[in-house]
Design a protein around this ligand. Structure first.
Ligand SMILES: NC(=O)c1ccc[n+]([C@@H]2O[C@H](COP(=O)([O-])OP(=O)(O)OC[C@H]3O[C@@H](n4cnc5c(N)ncnc54)[C@H](O)[C@@H]3O)[C@@H](O)[C@H]2O)c1
Length: 282
């Protein structure tokens, strides 16, 4: 399957990063959002990132200009009808994604693939709203996309082998290392990482050790590059709570219950770095 053009829906944090790595790999990109100012901001951010790479001599000015020229902005989904591969990276909300995927299914050209970057919605459930459910696949990038090496490629029960293999090949082409996984709540990385952070919050809540000691323990004793509570502040406590709630609900297993302290901090608006207050003060 030959893939040369990528349509990305949602020009937020993830969509912009995905556009940057696709364009850098020589693919033509249409970056689409409902708001023109969001598209403009995303393209400005990409331009700034590329300029920084030129300053650091990681990229030539010509290659940076060529990458940027390959990205076109749009606010019309219909413009994506020329694309070989579509990546949905819109707001994490079931209704928004189902509505959007139905619209994409209608405009996407025959034989094109639709991928979703959802962190928590079932790929199987999203595929069920398409006229051809076998064309949907999960392609879960990590933030910040230009920096993080991994992509989880997720198979819904309907996903065809052709679509799955083409997605693995695309991930490799844009310089990412992929792991393949079956659809399941939290996929692989968040299923392991987020309960580990939640457990660190339980340890803090029970007064067993201070935040600094818990983080030092996991850095020095488990060789983690960052402690779990500092990582929680970086990710955002409301995002972690949402993931724990999905794991708890979908597995219906009490081992995934969110720590009370996590909920308490979210209720207080202490979301981590973004609010300057989380397990640490910034
Ligand atoms: N932020 C992360 O760390 C991270 C990591 C992996 C996956 N994800 C997933 O990536 C997706 C996007 O996350 P984000 O952090 O970039 O969010 P974001 O809020 O930064 O961006 C989402 C964008 O989608 C746009 N949008 C909403 N509805 C739309 C529609 N109907 N058509 C076109 N655009 C629409 C919004 O205007 C917004 O610009 C989510 O599914 C999220 O779970 C996020």
């Amino acid at each position: 399957m030959s893939i040369q053009s990528i349509g990305i829906v949602g020009a937020g944090l993830m969509g912009g990063g995905i556009a940057q790595v696709c364009a850098a790999a020589g693919l033509d990109v249409i970056l689409c959002d409902i708001h023109q100012d969001v598209v403009d901001r995303a393209i400005k951010t990409i331009s700034g990132n590329l300029e920084r790479q030129v300053t650091k001599e990681k990229l030539t000015a010509d290659l940076a200009a060529a990458s940027l020229a390959r990205i076109k902005g749009s606010t019309h989904l219909a413009d994506l009808s020329i694309c070989d591969f579509l990546i949905e990276a819109a707001t994490e909300n079931l209704d928004i994604k189902q509505k959007l995927l139905k619209q994409l299914d209608a405009v996407a050209k025959p034989g094109s693939i639709i991928a979703t970057n959802t962190s928590s919605v079932s790929i199987t459930k999203l595929a069920a709203c398409l006229s051809q459910p076998e064309r949907l696949v999960g392609m879960h990038f990590f933030n910040p996309v230009p920096v993080m090496a991994l992509v989880e490629v997720i198979r819904g029960i309907q996903t065809s082998n052709l679509v799955f293999d083409a997605t693995l090949a695309l991930a490799e082409r844009i310089g990412k290392t992929s792991i393949s996984a079956k659809n399941s709540p939290g996929f692989v990385v968040n299923r392991i990482l987020v309960p580990m952070i939640n457990e660190a919050i339980f340890v803090l809540q029970e007064g067993l050790a201070s935040a600094e000691e818990i983080d030092a323990g996991m850095k020095l004793g488990a060789n983690h590059p960052i402690g779990p509570l500092a990582l929680a502040d970086l990710i955002g406590l409301e995002t972690l709570l949402a993931v724990m709630e999905v794991l708890h609900r979908d597995f219906n297993d009490p081992k995934y219950r969110p720590a009370l302290l996590l909920r308490e901090m979210v209720d207080a608006g202490y979301l981590g770095r973004k609010t300057k207050q989380g397990f640490y003060t910034y």
